[in-house]
Design a protein around this ligand. Structure first.
Ligand code: GTP
Length: 338
């Protein structure tokens, strides 16, 4: 069996972190996000990564860590459906499709078994949410079959509180629903057509945790969930900690100065945090220098940035260099500090 990992997005909502790193390579407890998915796959499943932006970082990581995976680069972004069609030649039967930015407790073995038992054409994983009006929810029969998707329904009209959780088990023939070499959305185009054609399309709910690591807040949330699962207050690689750290992840070779407080934050490698600084709900990319007495709250600091002594910043993204070539941002070429 093959698992196609969708890893080609730019991750614009996670900028400026994604100006220098591919989203699947962003660290969660100091390990690239994509490694959690790969480790959770049952033995023998072949990994195919549909990649694009900064795919060379993935290749380097796989090579260095002896991970067997085929990386397929798209000539241009093809969307979540087009990207799967683009790797069709590597698929030889029932297969998985996985969003690379979902961290969850989904048991893939049980998920595949459910798909087989139902003799489904497609099975998608489902997760319950409170705020149905922000998502597409499913209309589900008692036997687990999905009748339709309802986009962002008002709460009282929602047929369920279950949303697409970003992992699919599919039959090879489902690829016939995707036009080759075209930008196709799996969720918006392929799935509705399959349901309309009356193919057995099922939903699989599971317990535990699920988090879409697409935004800064959910990235920090995912870090906290993983820390809790490991029963740890923080992780800190081989860094030197002279201050206090709570519910945070700190990479390697960092220095956290005396009397500083790091709370609910993610700090990558090679960062220096001065003395008496307060860092809360922040993400600080590799090689940053944060001065003494600095206070940062809800701030994302891009790679190699410096914050001078005594600065107090809230709700900002710090990036003072030009944007990477081809990155889909309105401010292309402009240094931004937002
Ligand atoms: P944003 O720009 O912040 O929306 O992030 P994103 O570009 O990653 O998009 P989104 O979160 O909607 O993508 C969901 C998953 O599909 C992620 O794992 C992406 O890497 C992946 N993905 C999105 N578009 C493409 C694409 O065109 N090609 C490939 N191969 N993967 C894609």
């Amino acid at each position: 069996m093959q698992a196609v990992i969708l890893a080609g997005g730019f991750g614009t909502r996670l900028a400026p972190l994604t100006y220098t790193k591919a989203k699947p390579m962003l660290p969660l407890l100091n390990k690239p996000m994509i490694s959690y998915l790969i480790e959770a796959l049952p033995e023998g499943v072949e990994v195919i990564v549909a990649a694009n932006y900064k795919n060379e970082q993935l290749q380097k990581y796989f090579d260095e860590n002896g991970i067997n995976a085929i990386i397929v680069k798209e000539p241009k972004p093809l969307g979540t459906g087009g990207a799967v069609k683009n790797v069709e030649k590597y698929i030889n039967g029932t297969f998985l499709v996985l969003n690379s930015d979902i961290i969850s407790s989904l048991n893939f073995r049980k998920f595949i078994q459910y798909h087989m038992k139902k003799k489904a054409f497609v099975t998608i994983s489902l997760w319950p949410v409170k705020n149905v009006e922000e998502y597409g929810v499913v209309d589900l029969q008692k036997d687990g079959r999905i009748k339709k998707f309802v986009e962002k329904p008002p709460r009282h009209e929602a047929p369920s509180n279950l949303i697409n959780a970003g992992a699919y088990c599919m039959e090879l023939e489902s690829l016939d629903y995707i036009k080759p070499n075209s930008f196709v959305s799996m969720e918006m185009e392929v799935f509705p057509k399959i349901i309309e054609d009356g193919k057995p399309f099922y939903g699989y709910t599971f317990d535990g945790y699920w988090i879409d690591v697409g935004r800064h807040s959910s990235y920090i949330e995912a870090t906290k969930i993983l820390l809790k699962n490991k029963n740890k207050k923080y992780v800190a690689g081989d860094s030197k900690i002279e201050g206090k750290v709570k519910e945070s992840s700190i990479g390697d070779r960092c220095i956290i100065g005396k009397d500083s407080m790091i709370k609910s934050s993610i700090i990558y490698n090679d960062c220096v945090i001065g003395e008496n600084a307060v860092i809360e709900n922040c993400i600080i990319a590799d090689g940053c220098k944060i001065g003494n007495e600095v206070k940062l709250r809800n701030v994302v600091v891009g790679e190699g940035e410096e914050i001078k002594d005594g600065e107090e910043i809230e709700n900002e993204k710090i990036w003072t260099k030009p944007l990477p070539k081809g990155y889909p941002e309105k401010q292309i070429g402009n240094p931004v500090r937002r």
